[in-house]
Write a protein that binds this ligand. Structure first.
Ligand code: HEM
Length: 396
């Protein structure tokens, strides 16, 4: 029998007004009661909610917790396995077979080489924003196009296809699209990527997808891998860029410190990642009975790992709800941990440092064009948290 434990009856669907950057109060409250809470999935199956930093980290390092999609046990329905190549929702050895050929493409060194190109892309976006100013929606002018262009170049999407391709992927990532539109956009993207894989095999160019045609992955698998890179790399980076700018504008002392001391950039990026944790939560399912935090989690139970609450755990981070670029830094979970730890984290870091630095230098008087409480936020039900639009203005 486990110790008495807090119960969370439903996951929150919104954040309280005036707290756009903090995890919902219910989750903070759950962690206050202890790192693990009993929870029933909306589909009726019993589960657990894990909110403490150490426990989340230990689950992510524990092979008894599976990421396999078909094991997800949240209601009385079958969940199909992840399609070929979509390795985020697979375990070893399948997961490693896909991840291994990709690792060398995302090293720190390779991403540093990409930095110059990211600077050019950022400059072009900021030039266009300035020319159309002195106000802009930072989401459409800055936060979305930069990671979209970067990922298109990385995958080798030809320039002439960029516009329509970006529109497609935007509609299936923006969290606002109807089910029918979502299916249409997903199908069109899959179709496009399938054709791109065939084209790269016939005429390899200098990009990740062409490189991968040398591996033993089939066309179908390469399509899945490309889709995962898009799904995992775009919305996350775009939302950190936009929400991160909002957070900077709401924390003028931190912004001033960063402007005055560019050597702070790396730490500022890590702190924004921790503080905002836009990839809020992921699921894992137990392969056997597991003792965790004084509780027994039965085999076949799906647990929710709240990365954003873990990243605000006061037992790990002093004064966790403060954005503090000079904090004594201590390994956040914004990129996860363990075998599924974000493959694109070095790319994300370079994109964030380059883009944020360029933005704050180009627009020293950048400010919100609407009251902060009118900035429209994504609902908690969206997989990735962020702002829908961020209207800003500046002096000319
Ligand atoms: C700030 C931006 C980003 C954040 C916050 C983020 C966050 C994450 C997190 C939390 C995971 C682990 C998921 C889990 O535990 O199940 C993950 C996995 C992954 N990310 Fe990212 N990510 C970002 C950017 C990127 C970029 C730019 C790419 C690539 C272009 C990328 C590619 C991936 C892939 C492929 C995985 C799956 C890894 C695996 O299953 O082995 N991510 N990301």
């Amino acid at each position: 029998m486990g110790e008495s434990v807090h119960t969370v009856t439903a996951l929150p669907t919104s954040r309280p007004p005036g707290c756009p950057f903090d995890p919902p109060a219910e989750l903070i409250d759950a962690r206050r009661h202890g790192p693990i809470s009993r929870y029933t999935h909306p589909g009726g199956k019993p589960g657990w909610l894990i909110t403490g930093y150490e426990l989340v980290r230990s689950v992510l390092a524990d092979p008894r917790f599976s990421a396999r999609k078909e094991l997800i046990n949240v209601g009385d329905f079958e969940v199909p396995p992840a399609p070929p190549g979509e390795f985020l929702l697979m375990d070893e050895p399948q997961h490693g077979r896909y991840r291994k050929p990709l690792v060398g493409k995302f090293t720190v060194r390779r991403m540093r080489l990409l930095a110059e190109r990211i600077e050019q892309i950022t400059t072009e976006c900021l030039d266009a924003m300035e020319a159309a100013g002195p106000s802009a929606d930072l989401v459409t002018a800055f936060a979305k196009p930069i990671p979209a262009i970067v990922i298109c170049e990385l995958l080798g999407v030809p320039y002439e296809d960029r516009g329509s391709f970006q529109e497609q992927i935007d509609s299936f990532l923006n969290g606002e699209t109807s089910d029918e539109e979502l299916i249409a956009a997903y199908t069109a993207t899959q179709q496009y990527l399938a054709e791109l894989v065939v084209a790269k095999r016939a005429n390899p160019t200098d990009d990740v997808l062409s490189d991968l045609t040398d591996s033993d992955l089939t066309d179908e698998e390469l399509k899945g891998v490309s889709l995962i890179l898009l799904a995992a790399g775009l919305d996350t980076t775009a939302n950190i860029l936009a929400l991160g700018t909002f957070a900077l504008l709401q924390n003028p002392a931190q912004l001033a410190d960063l402007r005055a001391d560019p050597t702070l950039t790396g730490r500022a990026v890590e702190e924004l990642l921790r503080y905002l944790s836009v990839a809020k939560s992921f699921m894992r399912t137990t392969l056997e009975d597991v003792e965790l935090g004084g509780q027994t989690i039965k085999a076949g139970t799906t647990v929710i790992l709240s990365y954003n609450t873990a990243n605000r755990d006061p037992e790990r981070f002093a004064d966790p709800h403060a954005l503090d670029f000079r904090r004594q830094y201590g390994g956040h979970l914004a990129f996860g941990h363990g075998v599924h730890q974000c493959l694109g984290q070095q790319l994300a870091r370079v994109e964030l440092s380059v883009a944020i630095t360029a933005l704050i230098n180009r627009f020293p008087t950048l400010r919100l064009a609407v009251p902060a409480e009118e900035v429209s936020l994504r609902p908690e039900t969206a997989d990735i948290y962020g702002v829908k639009s961020l209207l800003v203005t500046w002096d000319v």
